[in-house]
Design a protein around this ligand. Structure first.
Ligand code: ZN
Length: 286
């Protein structure tokens, strides 16, 4: 570590230890995170900018404003209700969703097209909001890249590093390679947040069941999902048990006519490939 980087590292560490005393959410009490909340939010800006340069975003006001409203409704029922969340649709055929530190949540177009009702998308978004609230992204970032690199990212000393973090995103070396414990925590939080926001939490279970069926029939749509999420059969059982402990009432939203309209609008757009298909080189160039 260079002298200036070492000094910055200690400043960061001390600042974060101090900040840890005033936990934001209570969800990650007891977990050590050397990155302060303000640093995490600033990093999210840099990170999301690099993602927008790398992956195709669906640029349609009606679609993006719908998912921003849906996401905000869930986020306000989370344990970090005052964080400014940003929701975007990635214009690829993958059935996938992901989140990065600081409140950025991405839903791939293929997931929306395959959802039967709004509760399924709401539950997946709530799971991703759970990753953000529990600050899994920065925990994994530190684990995967080490404190020296993270310090440079926080201080904005080497903007090119974000290119590497984004290139690694859907690999086992990337920040979405969460531990099983983190995934299960995001499931628990997701069910809770979707329910609190007034969505039928059964959408989580029916969506996971759909993934298992899709894995048999159209595995290419799930390559990205399964590279970062563990198998779903035990998760379905856990989620079902959690739902059974909740008071389900008829007011919970499963269907929403506006969702169906937006989904039809997306389905009518020109077809797109999956991320892997669009990255693959034609035979002649291999
Ligand atoms: Zn997850």
């Amino acid at each position: 570590m260079k002298k200036s980087t070492a000094r910055a590292f200690w400043i960061l560490t001390l600042a974060a230890l101090w900040a840890a005393g005033c936990a934001t959410t209570g969800v990650n009490k007891g977990d050590i995170n050397l990155i302060s909340v303000d640093q995490e939010i600033a990093m999210g800006q840099d990170f999301s900018r690099e993602i927008a340069k790398t992956y195709p975003m669906l640029d349609d006001v009606e679609v993006t404003s719908y998912f921003q409203r849906l996401g905000e409704r869930i986020a306000r029922s989370s344990d970090w209700p005052d964080l400014q969340f940003h929701f975007q649709v990635v214009n690829t055929a993958d059935v996938n969703a992901f989140a990065i530190p600081g409140g950025w949540v991405y839903v791939h177009r293929g997931l929306i097209e395959r959802a039967d009702n709004v509760s399924e998308v709401a539950c997946v978004m709530a799971h991703e909001i759970g990753h953000v609230v529990a600050r899994h992204g920065t925990e994994t970032l530190t684990k995967q890249y080490g404190i020296a690199i993270v310090t440079q990212l926080v201080l904005g000393q080497n903007p090119k590093l974000w290119q590497k973090v984004v290139a690694d995103l859907f690999t086992t070396a990337g920040i979405l390679a969460y531990s099983r414990k983190q995934e299960l925590e995001a499931d628990d939080l997701g069910v809770r947040y979707a329910y609190r926001a007034g969505y039928d939490p059964n959408g989580m279970a029916t969506f996971f069941e759909k993934l298992l069926q899709l894995q048999e029939r159209e595995p290419t749509l799930l390559e990205v999902w399964f590279s970062t999420h563990p198998p779903t059969s035990q998760r379905i059982e856990r989620v079902r048990a959690q739902i059974a402990s909740l008071q389900l009432h008829p007011g919970l939203v499963k269907d929403d006519p506006e969702f169906l309209r937006v989904r039809d609008r997306i389905r009518a757009m020109p077809a797109v490939k999956t991320l892997r298909e669009s990255q693959a080189k034609p035979e002649s160039q291999r």
